[in-house]
Design a protein around this ligand. Structure first.
Ligand SMILES: [Zn+2]
Length: 151
């Protein structure tokens, strides 16, 4: 007798996405960590002083103005980086690249991230990169971790 019950795919991340320590979502950082669901990197914007603010904050550190998350281009350049060869987590293959990238929108708008999809030895300061997202399911939530690849 065939079983017509739908099969349930495992809810954990696919094997090519390494495990991560994921952020706790708050009202202020939720846009940043979930914008990838729509392919958007969402950064807090202060309309009062026309500047981007990162990391997400309750209000603008310059003028205390209200912040609202807006999409950016996702284009950036590598500001600094390190290639990690130390297997801190046995489930995460080494080497991998930990980097700070500067978004094209504003000179001091920097994000801590990973550079993926390339030979770690090919990464250098000034390398043009673009955003992509790693989906991680956390209970009923999904977090989309922004990572960057060479463009
Ligand atoms: Zn402001």
């Amino acid at each position: 007798m065939p079983d017509h019950a739908p099969s349930h795919a495992p809810s954990h991340a696919p094997p090519d996405v390494p495990p991560r320590i994921l952020p706790a979502l708050t009202e202020h950082n939720r846009a940043f960590w979930t914008g990838g669901a729509h392919g958007q990197l969402l950064i807090a914007w202060c309309a009062a002083c026309a500047r981007w603010v990162h990391p997400p904050a309750p209000d603008c550190p310059e003028c205390n103005g209200a912040l609202a998350a807006r999409p950016v281009s996702g284009h950036a350049t590598v500001f600094s980086y390190t290639v990690n060869h130390q297997p801190f987590n046995p489930a995460v293959p080494v080497p991998y690249v930990v980097a700070i990238v500067e978004l094209d929108e504003q000179p001091d708008l920097r994000i801590a991230t990973n550079i993926v999809g390339c030979d770690p030895d090919s990464v250098h300061v000034g390398l043009p990169v673009e955003v992509g997202f790693e989906r991680h399911d956390v209970g009923d939530d999904a977090v989309f971790v922004p990572v960057f690849t060479p463009r």
